[in-house]
Design a protein around this ligand. Structure first.
Ligand code: SF4
Length: 324
């Protein structure tokens, strides 16, 4: 019986022959670690990039979005638990080679391909091959991830990704242990590495009532962002909907999201957004220098864009992001 160890994520599963990892997507087959999800997405959609959400990366564009079954975290409130907590043989999968994924993106006029819905970390090899073909066809690659990945594979991923959105779920180890079965330190290291590698980064915090919604936790969260990422990484506070094993909770009250945003802005974070409340002004981008509205959004639609050449049209201040 040859054991193998998977070093892709911090779970570092040691697998006997025939055993699969905690993510359900990788298995020891005949003494070799193999992916069970290569070329087998179970969810494929064309989404506005704002849905990911990315607000400073090709606004108003479409993203060819896909996921496979499985996930290396087990969040009690997962919004996509039907696929993330399933074995690949239990989902309805489509056979799609990397070339077919890119063809789909080009045919649908998508500027990016997004690994999303579950966590692209667990379909790493597939995502890497898609990215390779995509770049040859002038299509960019983005991930929506929890950032639960070891440093070496993350370095490799930073080489083929153009933007990463990390769901940084809370600011305490307790939160991570109880809600996700992961550990916060690995996520913090991943976020710092992405920033260091200069891959475009946005951060999302899903605000879960009674779990990560106190003034103190917003304050500590924002302090960590400022200290480690600076004031210019876009930060999104998103509304939670009762889901999976946390259906007993109410949705996040709007006041909590406004409080989080106010705290973040008071700490000097320049681009703070409110997610899942379509008409709130917290969906818009304001120039930190002249304070004018430079991108207006209604839900996932960009209704005004006053950025030209990466600068505010009103005062010419540079606005971080990729705009064209
Ligand atoms: S990616 Fe999956 S198999 Fe690999 S260490 Fe993480 S949970 Fe285990």
């Amino acid at each position: 019986m040859t054991k193998v160890r998977c070093l892709l994520c911090p779970v570092n599963c040691e697998l006997k022959e025939g055993e699969r990892g905690k993510c359900r997507a990788r298995m020891n087959i005949d003494g070799k670690l193999q992916t069970l999800v290569y070329g087998k997405p179970c969810s494929v959609h064309v989404d506005p990039i704002e849905k990911k959400p990315f607000y400073h990366f090709l606004p108003g564009s479409l993203s060819f979005s896909l996921a496979t079954a499985g996930c290396n975290l087990h969040c009690l409130y997962c919004q996509n638990w039907e696929i993330s907590q399933s074995n690949p043989e239990d989902t309805v999968n489509i056979d799609m080679s990397p070339e077919q994924v890119v063809e789909g993106a080009v045919r649908n006029k998508c500027r990016t391909i997004a690994g999303t819905y579950s966590d692209p970390v667990i379909f790493f090899e597939y995502a890497a091959d898609i990215a390779d073909v995509a770049h040859k066809n002038n299509v960019l690659n983005i991930w929506v991830t929890a950032g639960y990945i070891n440093q070496k594979p993350l370095e490799e991923a930073c080489g083929f990704l153009d933007a990463i959105k990390v769901d940084f779920k809370g600011i305490t180890e307790d939160f991570y242990e109880n809600m996700t079965r992961g550990h916060i330190g690995h996520v913090m290291s991943a976020i710092k590495l992405i920033k260091e590698k200069k891959v475009w980064l946005e951060i999302v915090n899903l605000v879960v009532p009674t779990y990560n919604d106190t003034k103190d936790s917003f304050s500590k969260y924002c302090d960590w962002i400022v200290e480690n990422l600076g004031p210019d990484v876009p930060l999104h506070f998103s509304k939670f909907w009762p889901m999976y094993q946390l259906r007993n909770l109410p949705p996040t009250p709007e006041e909590s999201l406004i409080e989080a945003r106010n705290i973040a802005m008071s700490k000097g974070i320049n681009y703070v957004y409110i997610g899942n409340i379509p008409e709130h002004e917290g969906n818009n981008t304001y120039c930190p220098a002249c304070k004018k509205l430079i991108i207006e959004r209604l839900g996932y639609t960009v209704t005004q864009n006053h950025i030209a050449g990466g600068k505010c049209k009103f005062c010419s201040s540079k606005i971080p992001g990729r705009w064209e």
